[in-house]
Design a protein around this ligand. Structure first.
Ligand SMILES: Cc1cc2nc3c(=O)[nH]c(=O)nc-3n(C[C@H](O)[C@H](O)[C@H](O)COP(=O)(O)OP(=O)(O)OC[C@H]3O[C@@H](n4cnc5c(N)ncnc54)[C@H](O)[C@@H]3O)c2cc1C
Ligand code: FES
Length: 280
């Protein structure tokens, strides 16, 4: 059992928790993820390691409440326990030798991008961060990004905070204006990452994407997380989650990500009905 030490609501749909998991904290690195089950009968879901404290033995997770399992997780409070917390899984984000990087995050993807930005900053790289949200109410981690970025641009779709527009606009401005990035690292919705890659490709800027397909075992055995990268089949859980963006078949990944939409909708409705009954 894994104890929830702290719980904080970052916005109406995103929650941050510190979980006491010393063995995971000891080995975790930016870019890796864990798989948890809220209770014994629960579904396994992957969440990125959003931070860790090796001395305190804690691992930070930041999750968007989107369906049955994340709703159940969000019902847990400080001092309560979750059943399983396995990791760290996947490959750490490669940062060696990078001197100037642009991090492009979208929505809750910013939670995954933050530890990478922090690691690059700590190793002395120049970090430009561009983070995008639908509106001001959904903004997360502004102070944390400010602290590890040499330049921070915030975008909102409706212009309610920062600049109005999508993240690819300031990215294109920066690159065409002469910024020379060793790499662009982008994490967020598939459609956003697809367009970030389309923006950087004409300028030949190496671009790394973090892929979040459906995962089950997280150890390369079930094939659930398979992707086509450079014409070859790759498993995001063991070969990734980071890949060369220009080689990823995004259209296939988008089609596969909606495979269980009906089932997920039923689970959400089940949870909401259960919750309604408990309140009545
Ligand atoms: C490597 C990796 C890291 C991730 N890191 C984060 C993170 O840090 N924060 C965060 O909010 N989300 C993260 N996700 C997505 C997160 O796993 C899903 O939001 C979660 O599984 C949703 O479960 P649910 O039952 O609440 O919702 P559901 O209604 O079951 O699903 C909602 C959507 O979540 C995705 N999803 C559902 N089940 C899985 C699964 N087993 N594996 C992967 N995706 C799934 C699907 O796109 C689905 O349409 C990550 C996914 C992967 C693969
Ligand atoms: S989650 Fe099963 S192979 Fe990757």
């Amino acid at each position: 059992m894994y104890r929830i030490l702290t719980k904080r609501q970052l916005n109406p749909t995103v929650t941050m928790m510190d979980i006491y998991a010393p063995l995971v904290a000891q080995k975790a690195q930016a870019g890796q993820f864990i798989i948890l089950r809220v209770d014994e009968d629960g579904e396994r879901i992957p969440l990125t390691v959003a931070g860790f404290d090796r001395e305190a033995g804690t691992v930070k997770i930041i999750f968007q409440i989107v369906g049955g399992t994340t709703m159940r997780l969000n019902e847990k409070n400080e001092g309560e326990y979750i059943s399983d917390f396995v990791g760290p899984l996947g490959c750490a984000t490669r940062t060696e030798g990078l001197k100037k990087v642009c991090i492009v995050g979208g929505g809750v993807g910013c939670a995954i991008a933050l530890p990478v930005a922090q690691k690059l900053h700590a190793q002395g790289a120049i970090v430009h961060s561009i983070i995008g949200f639908r509106n001001k109410d959904l903004l997360i981690l502004e102070d944390e990004f400010k602290a590890c970025s040499d330049k921070l641009t915030i975008m909102t779709d409706d212009g309610s905070y920062g600049r109005q527009g999508v993240v690819t606009v300031p990215l294109k401005e920066a690159i065409s204006g002469g910024e020379q990035y060793d790499e662009v690292i982008t994490i967020g919705p598939l459609i956003m990452m697809k367009f970030v890659v389309a923006t950087t490709k004409p300028f030949n800027v190496p671009t790394v994407v973090s892929m979040n397909p459906i995962m089950i075992d997280g150890t390369g055995m079930c094939g659930g997380c398979r992707l086509t990268v450079g014409g070859k089949t790759k498993f995001a859980c063991v070969d990734g989650p980071d890949f060369n963006g220009s080689e990823v078949d995004f259209d296939e990944a988008m089609a596969r990500s909606s495979m269980y939409a009906e089932f997920e909708k039923r689970e959400r409705e089940n949870f909401c009905n259960l919750f309604k009954k408990e309140v009545e």
